[in-house]
Design a binder for this molecule. Structure first.
Ligand SMILES: Nc1nc2c(ncn2[C@@H]2O[C@H](COP(=O)(O)OP(=O)(O)OP(=O)(O)O)[C@@H](O)[C@H]2O)c(=O)[nH]1
Ligand SMILES: [Mg+2]
Length: 359
């Protein structure tokens, strides 16, 4: 799962990337305007993994991960319909976006629009994405209509259906609304996967607040599905991310901070992606795995290993809260709360699975 960090020049994309990943990429003028892509994988903080790890004392503990890509230099031609080539490809390939919006004042850091105005900036990049998608949809529609004309009644019956769907997408984009707001069937979503439609992807809007805490609801309204808005003090969080664990703990204790905002942002961005975490436990490893919301047990098993999917027989399921309540796996079993589920079982967030398989 990969999220692209996007935003206007000097909004603090690289700063936020550093805050989320603990990297130390150079920020500021040195990097401005260059097409550069940096990637880092981070653990998704999850208290449940910590609790399971304390319970099983495994040799190894593994968290779910998310990959962030700082897409620098994206900004050339913004507002001029200028998202092309390499940028466009990078954008199409990510699973979702972290859209960084500048809300910090800093006289030494020029704003490309001259003034700090979060709502305007959000809409600026958004409308650029709408345009890109409109071109994609119109091209596809044209191709489908040509095919229909050419083949007449002999045309594959999927074609008229797709034309109907593409027309709906087009109307949505012409109304300047993102595609993620549309109600799409599972089949429709699947058929759209290959098009790299930008406004279909989930987006976490990160308001880069600077040194003072601000009320993000006053700065931004973004009433769309598969989206969320959070505030982050980019520069401070990036500095905190450089501290080793002990220093960070000291700092947080001193200031009464329970959790770094960066950790919360990582979790929120993970949750937006319509995936869930399930766990496997044992003496060797306690591990979190990711699978799309709505996955049946064999598909989830496939996230662990394809053999487990192919040879799936059944899954033994413990519910996290029930395990905690029972106090141990053996007590949970004694209480008759170990569930046995078949191939149609829809995996729930927090399930602890043991897959029985045969290959
Ligand atoms: N005061 C203040 N300055 C910030 C904050 N976040 C970023 N900056 C500064 O703003 C400048 C730009 O930050 P970057 O993180 O490089 O921004 P960017 O969006 O990656 O910029 P480009 O990649 O050049 O488009 C740097 O000088 C940062 O130090 C913040 O929260 N407060
Ligand atoms: Mg940058």
């Amino acid at each position: 799962m990969r999220l692209g960090i996007i935003g206007l020049p000097n909004s603090g994309k690289t700063t936020i990337f550093n805050a989320l990943t603990g990297q130390e990429l150079a920020t500021g003028a040195a990097t401005s305007g260059q097409f550069e892509v940096h990637t880092a994988v981070v653990n998704v903080p999850d208290e449940r993994v910590d609790i399971l790890s304390a319970m099983y004392k495994p040799k190894k503990t593994t968290y779910a991960t998310v990959t962030y890509t700082d897409i620098g230099g994206l900004d050339k031609g913004i507002g001029e319909g200028g998202l092309k080539g390499q940028f466009r490809n990078e954008l199409a390939q990510v699973d979702g976006f972290v859209h960084v919006i500048r809300a910090f004042e800093n006289d030494t850091v020029p704003h490309p629009q001259g003034t700090v105005n979060p709502q305007r900036d959000l809409e600026l990049l958004d409308s650029e994405f709408l345009l890109v998608d409109l071109v994609t949809v119109e091209n596809r529609l044209e191709k489908l209509e040509d095919e229909l004309r050419l083949k007449g009644k002999k045309v594959d019956k999927a074609v008229p259906d797709e034309i109907e769907m593409m027309k709906r997408l087009k109307a949505q984009l012409e109304a300047e609304q993102p595609l993620r707001d549309l109600e799409l069937s599972a089949d429709e979503s699947k058929s759209l996967r290959g098009f790299g439609l930008l406004t279909l992807k989930p987006v976490l809007v990160v308001v880069n607040m600077g040194d003072e805490l601000q009320d993000v609801d006053e700065l931004i309204t973004y009433p769309h599905r598969h989206s969320n808005v959070v505030g982050l003090q980019g520069k401070i969080e990036a500095e905190l991310a450089q501290l080793d664990d002990d220093d960070a703990e000291l700092f947080m204790a001193e200031y009464g901070i329970a959790e770094l905002s960066a950790a919360r942002v990582i979790r929120l961005s993970y949750q937006l992606m319509q995936i869930l975490s399930f766990f496997t436990v044992g003496e060797d490893e306690v591990r979190a795995w990711s699978t799309p919301v709505g996955s049946k047990a064999p598909e989830a098993a496939g996230a662990i290993h394809t053999d487990l999917q192919k040879g799936f027989i059944r899954a033994e399921v413990m519910k996290f809260p029930e395990l905690i309540e029972a106090g141990s796996e053996s007590k949970l079993k004694a209480a008759g709360k170990l569930r046995v589920e078949g191939k149609d079982y829809i995996v729930q967030d927090g399930d602890i699975l043991h897959i029985l398989f045969n290959v």
